[in-house]
Design a protein around this ligand. Structure first.
Ligand code: GLV
Length: 322
């Protein structure tokens, strides 16, 4: 009998071509399955292919007696209790490679949009009379020569460093593990203690996973320490920033601005953000390209195929005991 796979979100079928050859795959009929819908049927499935915004609760895992693998469609896996899955002998996998470059693009795009008032000017031009033309109007800040502080120097942080370097930025970073000397040279990046990175960076980019250690890693204390013209960019996970503290820092013009692809409340934004001109907002579209959606489907499928073939998944998150 074919193994059964449940995919929580409706995606173009082409990305699942390999999976469909040998597996019995269920896709949601609407845009996505709700947690309740998955809960009803999960006991019949061998694999769950979950999107990053689908909460794989421990209650769901308890119900999923046949489940052997959670193939998460994302690099981040804060929606899954990995330790609990390990305890239950369930493999967790993810899709880091396809998301690295587009997320770095998105971060750089937000940096430029915020420092150079790109979204603000676009918005004003569309409103008759809102934009003042003039050589000293709509002044932004130069990117060249500024210091970019990257918090989380993994794949995406490194890809951003390469881009920022081309723009003439100086790169500092903070990461639990320092890069090797060779890597630091390659990325032209200097490790700094966290507080020093906060006080010396012109632009602070969050590229770390969401864990208990990184929850609200930027809050009132950090905004208070930042340079007057500093900006923050978050393409990682919303709860890395204390959004209340961010709103206050933007309202008081304590900092220059912010570029946000993610929000503390997921799809629910602090309403104040919508009224502020010094923030650029995007609806978690860091990986949202035709190509990347396809590549993520292929890798998420291949993780499942490899696992049931007894091979190494393309990207594993946890190590199961033998
Ligand atoms: C997107 O947010 C991802 O984690 O891949």
């Amino acid at each position: 009998m074919k193994k059964k796979v449940l995919v929580t979100y409706k995606m173009p079928i082409e990305g699942y071509a390999e999976l469909l050859k040998d597996f019995d795959v269920t896709f949601s009929k609407g845009q996505s399955f709700t947690e309740e819908e998955v809960m009803e049927v999960i006991q019949d499935y061998d694999a769950l292919l979950s999107m990053f915004d689908f909460k794989v609760t421990n209650a769901l895992i308890d119900k999923a007696k046949r489940l052997k693998i959670v193939s998460n469609y994302a690099v981040g896996y804060d929606n899954v209790d990995v330790n609990y899955c390990t305890e239950k002998g369930i493999q967790v996998t993810n899709t880091p490679d396809p998301v690295t470059q587009p997320t770095a693009d998105q971060a750089l795009g937000l940096i430029i949009a915020v420092l150079r008032n790109i979204a603000l000017c676009d918005r004003k031009l569309r409103t008759p009379g809102a934009l003042k033309w003039g050589l000293l109007e709509n002044l932004g800040l130069s990117i060249y020569g500024k210091t970019l502080g990257i918090i989380g120097m993994g794949r995406i942080g490194k890809a951003l460093a390469l881009r920022a370097r081309v723009c003439g930025m100086n790169i500092v970073y903070n990461n639990r593990k320092k890069l090797s000397k060779e890597e630091e040279e390659y990325y032209h990046a200097t490790w700094l203690p966290f507080d020093e990175l906060i006080t010396t960076s012109d632009c602070i980019s969050l590229n770390a996973p969401l864990t208990p250690d990184t929850f609200h890693i930027i809050g009132e204390r950090e905004f208070g320490m930042m340079k007057k013209n500093a900006m923050v960019v978050n393409t990682a996970r919303g709860p890395l920033i204390d959004e209340k503290a961010l709103v206050a820092a933007l309202q008081n013009k304590r900092i220059w601005g912010a570029g946000l692809d993610v929000f503390e409340g997921g799809e629910v934004l602090s309403p104040e953000l919508l009224t502020l001109d010094n923030v650029v907002l995007n609806p978690h579209t860091g990986t949202q390209t035709f190509e990347v959606r396809h590549e993520m489907s292929v890798i998420a499928s291949q993780n499942i195929i490899n696992f049931f073939d007894g091979k190494e998944p393309v990207f594993r998150v946890n190590q199961l005991g033998k």
